[in-house]
Design a protein around this ligand. Structure first.
Ligand code: NAP
Length: 509
């Protein structure tokens, strides 16, 4: 696809923009709709290219291919499947910079963070490749003589993956790699905002030698393609990461069909700063967690719960640091905070800020859509700090998903824990303190799936389970060995080598 632009010398030049197709049964194919949607850079408003607007029929074709391919994949020895994952890891490493540039261009996060995200996919590839030689089950003693008992993992079948735009390759790696190493086939719908990186990731699987039909990529809207995945009778498990609103709908629809769903949803994460904390360290943790990825992380620090004895000092230090943040196009290495994903997001964030002011929170800085110069081409929001926020305010309860954080003063650790746990989400929390006794109390009582001590709310490592309690999830976890539980069934196997019919204890006593 070409578009005409004017060069610096004023001549008209034809510039190439990209066009990707769906990947079904090992072929790059157009959607049966023949229609395409645009992929836009949130920093500049530039159209990067197009991807198909697929339909239910495209999903049907992808599922058909997946079913056929999975029949033989499930009996390929797992260490042999893993060989392909090692190659995926190697290729990701080789193409790290290229992938990071694409990530920043279509999603907006600053380039250093994009590199970190691609690294996460590399780590996950090697980690899950290792699982090809483990996939541990249990062997246990039988109750009876001459009888052997064990449990083994078997693949679930066809996995439908639905992923968000904020971590377009990390989250796709958390889901596709364990699904494939465990012997499943995959149909993947990436977020509409970040299609190119999805296509590049699939190209890597293709180059690594993944047999055709095992990984199918279908671009298109959540309402059409996502829905078709959720409702397809031959998709056995739906692994979704995204908003609570959509996750809840998926759970209801897929649950009605008795499908397994693994849901990773929103967060309202808090950093707690006690009076004995190293305040400079706490400030580092808060700035990174609240404003990294322009606050668009499920683990973003959206609340700062601070002991009243150090509140003023913390506010002063935070304000000083926020004033130094450079906001702009994430491809510029000197930029700290990139744009938010789109105009709707910008408006939603601004609306939350207005609600905060109306409900009586004190705005310390930010609180505006940035304009003028390069800001007019993209979607930029000023890093925003509120203080004197109370736990019942809207901005202290709802996920904002932008560069906004709220300082909530408290009088004790017990009150801090109560405030931390007062939201409907339970993804990540953090505590800054030098007191080992209070730290252990917090580790016990903070009701979140991830707890950090003397670090911000972000920074998960791929070999630990990732996910949350309460409204954040439905009990499953991405990454770590726990991810294998999502994509496998347990099979208990009993082998009786006594030569007689031995009745089990249950039928004997
Ligand atoms: P979203 O709007 O829920 O979208 C997530 C995915 O679901 C996208 O691929 C979307 O497709 C698709 N979708 C939309 N409507 C659908 C439907 N009716 N049926 C099936 N699929 C549908 O979320 P988002 O805005 O992309 O992501 C931000 C959210 O993700 C935040 O709440 C964040 O906290 C959460 N998140 C959670 C985690 C975690 O691990 N807990 C990690 C990252 C992000 P389209 O793109 O085409 O709309």
């Amino acid at each position: 696809m070409n578009k005409q632009t004017t060069s610096q010398t004023g001549t008209k030049v034809q510039q190439q923009t990209k066009k990707y197709l769906n990947y079904i049964n090992g072929e790059w194919v157009a959607s049966v709709s023949g229609k395409f949607s645009k992929n836009v850079n949130p920093a500049t408003g530039e159209c990067l290219g197009e991807v198909p607007q697929s339909t239910k029929e495209d999903v049907d074709l992808a599922v058909l291919a997946a079913k056929k391919a999975q029949k033989s994949w499930r009996i390929v020895p797992a260490p042999e499947r893993a060989e392909i994952l090692y190659e995926v890891g190697r290729l990701l490493k080789e193409k790290k910079e290229e992938l990071s540039q694409i990530l920043t261009s279509e999603m907006g996060k600053v380039i250093a963070e994009a590199r970190g995200e691609v690294q996460e996919a590399i780590d996950m590839a090697y980690y899950m490749a290792g699982e090809g030689r483990r996939l541990f089950g249990d062997t246990v003693p039988s109750e009876l003589r001459n009888k052997f008992a064990m449990s083994v993992r078997v693949p679930v079948g066809i996995a439908g993956l639905i992923t968000p735009w904020n971590f377009p390759i990390a989250i796709a790696s958390w889901k596709s790699l364990p699904a494939l190493v465990a012997g499943n086939a995959v149909v993947w719908k990436p977020a509409s905002e970040t299609p190119f990186l999805a296509a590049e990731f699939v190209k890597i699987y293709e180059e690594a030698g993944l047999p055709k039909g095992l990984l199918n990529l279908v671009f298109g809207s959540g309402g059409v393609v996502g829905n078709a995945i959720v409702e397809h009778p031959d998709i056995d498990i739906v692994s979704f990461t995204g908003s609570n609103e959509i996750g809840r709908q998926i759970n209801e629809r897929a649950g009605g069909m008795l499908k397994r769903t693994s849901l990773e949803m929103g967060g309202k994460n808090a950093v707690t700063v006690l009076e004995d904390a190293n305040l400079d360290l706490a400030v580092d943790g808060i700035i990174w967690s609240a404003f990294g990825t322009a606050g668009q992380r499920c683990t973003a620090c959206s609340r700062v719960i601070v002991h009243e004895a150090v509140k003023e000092e913390l506010e002063r230090k935070l304000l000083e640091r926020v004033s130094k943040l450079k906001i702009g196009n994430g491809l510029d290495e000197s930029v700290d905070v990139g744009p938010v994903i789109n105009k709707a997001s910008l408006k939603r964030i601004d609306n939350y800020v207005k609600i905060g002011v109306k409900e009586g929170a004190k705005l310390l800085c930010g609180g505006e859509i940035l304009s003028g110069g390069e800001y007019d081409q993209g979607h930029y929001y000023a890093p925003t700090l509120f203080t004197d926020v109370t736990s019942d305010m809207t901005i202290a309860q709802e996920e904002i998903f932008g560069p906004v954080t709220s300082i909530i003063p408290v009088k004790s650790l017990e009150e801090a824990i109560e405030v931390n746990n007062s939201v409907e989400f339970g993804l990540s929390s953090s505590i800054f303190s030098q007191d080992v006794n209070r730290v252990f109390q917090a580790m016990r009582d903070l009701d979140t799936g991830i707890v950090y001590v003397n670090a911000g709310t972000t920074g998960a490592e791929i070999h630990l389970p990732f996910g949350g309690t309460k409204g954040t999830g439905n009990g499953h976890r991405d990454s770590g060995v726990a991810a294998l539980d999502v994509f496998t069934e347990w099979r208990s196997v009993y082998v009786d080598y006594s030569g007689t019919l031995q009745r089990a204890q249950i039928d004997n006593k």
